[in-house]
Design a protein around this ligand. Structure first.
Ligand SMILES: Cc1cc2nc3c(=O)[nH]c(=O)nc-3n(C[C@H](O)[C@H](O)[C@H](O)COP(=O)(O)OP(=O)(O)OC[C@H]3O[C@@H](n4cnc5c(N)ncnc54)[C@H](O)[C@@H]3O)c2cc1C
Length: 424
């Protein structure tokens, strides 16, 4: 049986960042797919460059951004001031909604302002309560709740109050009222960077110094014996000193055994949504005043539509359309074609598609996409991670840590683990 010091499961951002940072060459990446990149893959088709939905990058550690960009050769990377809007009753208002209620029609504005002022701001036991407590009934009911329900494809009272962590744009009354006169819509993604070749450029940068012989594509890890520190894949059995898994945590739990028995866990704790994405290319330009737009309306299928062409100023409309789906969603070619028809009709209804012709399209489903962070998931992930750690199995990444995070967070987490496990 082959042995490797570090067996890395998954060649997405997290797995590659871990391998790239190790101080030893004794590692192997097993990647189930035919290429690395995970959710940061890019599709180039008919002159359009599309990611697996909108992937934009907000770096808080300039040294990480520099590290990546230095490895990209002459790739053009833009820094862009975000233009994000909300489609509301056939007008567009600036994001975040809660700071721009003054842009709403007069009656909606009064509702939001009065409810904001008289809100009952107490401790919140879940995400839905938090929205009512922090922003009042009207801001919650007109945007925050319907939008997030579409995104997460679940009732929001199931989620932890802090389910979105730093990615939720909080604002207090003072900040909201100040914003009426002096706009300051800064949030974690007020600016973003984007390489001309798409998100895969970040992947290629991390992959640059990893020898091809240490990445085994189309090799899926199927089971892990914690007692013997052995993994079985669709190609072979491997023994390891450390196994670093970036696969979704609930799937890791399902494949681990200890002393000959599968790990005991409650699968109901691990709920999540899927995101169905349509990338659409047209023969002519469309709207020029947004990078992406949020849609809270129940009658519209998508929760967000983005315009790649407005990042690089190209002359053909290039859209990504995101639809939140429950975890048990599955689709076939016929259903996908019919969803595409309803997406196009909704885009026409909103005035995004007028006389342009769609000349290219691509479809992908991210499964999972947004995990449902609950009190139960937080507790169980911490407990099970500690158990796995004790047997040399370390679960990292957005899905391995069952969290909401960015690719930069993935890199920080992977490097910290490589530093820890790489110590002599
Ligand atoms: C809709 C959406 C939009 C996003 N937008 C942004 C954004 O704008 N900016 C940003 O910074 N982040 C964004 N993210 C987050 C970003 O995509 C993730 O943080 C990042 O891609 C996670 O990388 P990862 O390596 O942890 O996981 P993944 O990308 O999921 O990689 C895991 C890899 O493991 C492989 N794998 C799984 N199981 C096995 C197995 N059994 N054996 C072998 N290999 C296996 C998979 O094939 C995959 O390649 C977004 C996420 C979503 C869902």
């Amino acid at each position: 049986m082959d042995h490797t010091e570090h067996l890395i499961v998954g060649g997405g951002i997290s797995g590659l960042a871990y391998a790239d940072w190790l101080n030893t060459s004794d590692y192997l990446i097993c990647e189930a797919d035919t290429d690395v990149g995970g959710y940061c893959k890019t599709v180039t088709q008919d002159g359009f460059v599309w990611d697996y939905s909108g992937h934009f990058f907000h770096f808080r550690h300039p040294e990480i951004e520099r590290y990546l960009i230095e490895r990209m050769g002459d790739q053009r990377v833009l820094k862009v001031a975000r233009q994000s809007r909300i489609y509301f009753g056939e007008t567009l208002i600036d994001f975040p909604f809660q700071k721009n209620i003054h842009q709403l029609p007069r009656e909606d504005f009064i509702d939001c302002l009065v409810d904001l002022y008289f809100k009952d701001d107490g401790p919140s036991s879940n995400f839905q309560n938090m929205l009512y407590a922090k922003f009042g009934k009207s801001i919650a009911d007109k945007f925050l709740i319907p939008y997030n329900q579409k995104l997460y494809a679940t009732e929001l009272d199931r989620l932890d109050a802090n389910a979105m962590g730093r990615f939720f744009p909080y604002a207090n009354i003072d900040e909201i009222i100040r914003n009426f006169r002096t706009p300051d819509n800064a949030s974690y993604n007020a600016t973003f960077t984007y390489p001309e070749g798409g998100a895969i450029q970040y992947v290629r940068a991390l992959q640059k110094e990893i020898p091809g012989s240490q990445i085994s594509l189309s090799e899926r890890v199927l089971s892990i014996d914690l007692t013997r520190r052995q993994a079985r894949t669709n190609k072979r059995s491997l023994s390891f000193t450390h196994l670093v898994s970036t696969m979704p945590f609930h799937r890791l739990l399902r494949m681990c055994s200890l002393d000959g028995r599968l790990l005991d866990h409650d699968p109901r704790i691990y709920s999540y949504n899927q995101v169905q994405i349509f990338n659409l290319g047209f023969d002519a330009k469309g709207w020029t005043n947004a990078h992406w737009i949020y849609f809270p309306q129940e009658e519209l299928p998508f929760y967000r539509v983005g315009f790649y062409d407005n990042i690089f100023g190209t002359d053909r409309m290039s859209l990504y359309v995101e639809i939140g789906r429950p975890a048990d969603f599955s689709t076939d070619a016929q259903a996908t074609a019919s969803t595409l028809d309803s997406v196009l009709s909704a885009l026409r209804h909103c005035g995004i598609v007028t006389d342009q012709n769609m000349i290219s399209h691509h479809h992908v489903v991210l499964d999972p996409a947004y995990v449902h962070i609950t009190q139960a998931s937080l507790g169980d992930v911490a407990e099970k991670k500690a158990l796995l750690d004790a047997h040399g199995v370390h679960s990292i990444g957005r899905y391995g840590s069952w969290t909401y995070c960015s690719i930069e967070d993935n890199i920080v987490e992977a490097r910290a683990l490589a530093d820890e496990l790489g110590k002599p």
